[in-house]
Design a protein. Structure first.
Lengths: 182, 246
């Protein structure tokens, strides 16, 4: 009886208010689901792993290409790039052998360029920050007074993540028939 | 009694209307003047707005007073609900598009390595396919045709014939045995039922023809090629052979 005063308003509005309530609830349900879905996608390990894989492969291909590219006219720039593309033991080797190698290239006056034909990771441990990469490479060497020669290289590399960047820590050619390829 | 009450109600309604028109000046005294006529104490309603403060007494529920209530205008609750619906709906759409964007990156679509089962299945089948497709034994020349029928599909059929046709003819003449073994393989990408694999393989060739004794040790060559694969009925078939222009 005491609610009599408010009853008229209620009996008139219910359809609209109830409809609005139902719509709000439905929207709330969608919002909750979409929010969860978004959270799920953002925290999906598989996506993070796939991103690491692509980052490692891109860095690996670039590094392998860098290490097979050298122009005797801009030796320092080329060798700096070698050093910045590598880490660990490979980096140390390059640094210690730099001067002797620079002399060789200066004398030979060669221009070496490389093109990545194809590349893929064979393994990836994204927590440890280690990966192995295969890079099929076509190396073109131009020596003065000679026609340039093409050679395909089957590179196998090892990548290590340092400070968030993937760098080559080992690089070699796949052996043929048990013997290293030349 | 009902008649009296009716008149009382009418009087109250008039008062209330007057109160609406001149709220401050008139309503308080009249409101105070009324309680004696009420069958119930006015105290509990003392805080309710003036308009509602002239309710019909019990038993007068069906009386016209309800028409006195203001024209139905959207209540605050309704407005709030509509706003809430819009906000929630907007958030849902936005969050959904964010999630889709995260999942629809090229990196996420490619399941090479991240789908370990599929990756190793592809590598295993590639190893078998390459060994079967690029090996030749003069003692069993049909094996190559069987392998082609078993592993090749689409343009790879013609590519394989072009690549291996001449080698096969020469090997048949020299009674050679060509053996191809995959030494390294890596899956470049997997997108649904399509994949691409990079393969390094050793190819040995041994001639058993009598006058080729010197070559008996055979020759070794390293090969690299990329294969496009397609999944048909659970098996990965070679649909393209890329020898990088060599």
């Amino acid at each position: 009886m005491e609610r009599a005063t408010s009853t008229p308003a209620r009996t008139r509005r219910p359809p609209v208010t109830a409809l609005a309530l139902v719509l709000a609830l439905i929207a709330g349900g969608f919002a909750g689901w979409a929010g969860w879905d978004w959270y799920d996608a953002a925290h999906d390990d598989t996506v993070a792993y796939a991103e690491q894989r692509d980052a490692a492969l891109a860095a690996g291909e670039q590094a392998v290409q860098n290490l097979n590219t050298l122009d005797h006219r801009s030796l320092d720039r080329g060798l700096d790039l070698w050093e910045s593309s590598t880490t660990g033991e490979l980096h140390d080797q390059l640094v210690s052998g730099r001067d002797a190698f620079a002399e060789q290239v200066k004398t030979a006056k060669t221009v070496t360029t490389a093109k990545v034909l194809s590349g893929a990771l064979t393994e990836l441990d994204d927590r440890a920050g280690r990966a192995r990469v295969m890079v099929a490479l076509r190396v073109t060497v131009k020596a003065p007074g000679e026609a340039s020669t093409d050679k395909d290289s089957r590179m196998l590399g090892e990548l290590t993540r340092t400070d968030g960047h993937w760098k080559l820590s080992a690089l070699g050619q796949a052996p043929v028939g048990g013997n290293p390829a030349n | 009694m009902p008649t009296t009450r009716h008149h009382l109600n009418n009087a109250r309604r008039r008062q209330a209307r007057a109160a609406l028109r001149t709220p401050v000046a008139t309503d308080t005294p009249r409101d105070r003047a009324e309680p004696p006529a009420r069958p119930r104490p006015a105290a509990p309603r003392a805080t309710t707005p003036v308009v509602r403060d002239a309710p019909p007494p019990p038993g007068a529920d069906t009386d016209p007073p309800r028409q006195r209530t203001p024209r139905p205008r959207p209540s605050r609750a309704l407005v709030a609900l509509c706003l809430l619906t819009l906000l929630l709906g907007g958030f849902a759409g936005w969050a959904h598009s964010r999630a889709e964007a995260l999942r629809d990156t090229p990196a996420a679509r490619d399941t090479a390595l991240s789908d370990t089962a599929r990756t190793s299945q592809i590598k295993g089948q590639t190893t078998k396919a390459v060994a079967a497709l690029f090996s030749y034994d003069h003692a069993d020349p049909e094996a190559l045709d069987r392998a082609a029928g078993q592993w090749l599909t689409g343009p790879a059929v013609a590519e394989h014939r072009k690549l291996f046709g001449a080698i096969r003819t020469r090997a048949a003449q020299q009674k050679a045995v060509i053996t191809t073994t995959v030494t390294d393989s890596a899956v470049e990408r997997i997108e649904g039922d399509r994949a691409r694999v990079l393969v390094y393989a050793d190819q040995s060739s041994v001639s058993t023809a009598g006058d080729k004794k010197a070559d008996d040790d055979g020759t070794y060559a390293g090969a690299m090629l990329a294969l496009d694969l397609e999944r048909h009925k659970g098996r990965w078939l070679v649909s393209g052979i890329d020898t990088f222009g060599r």
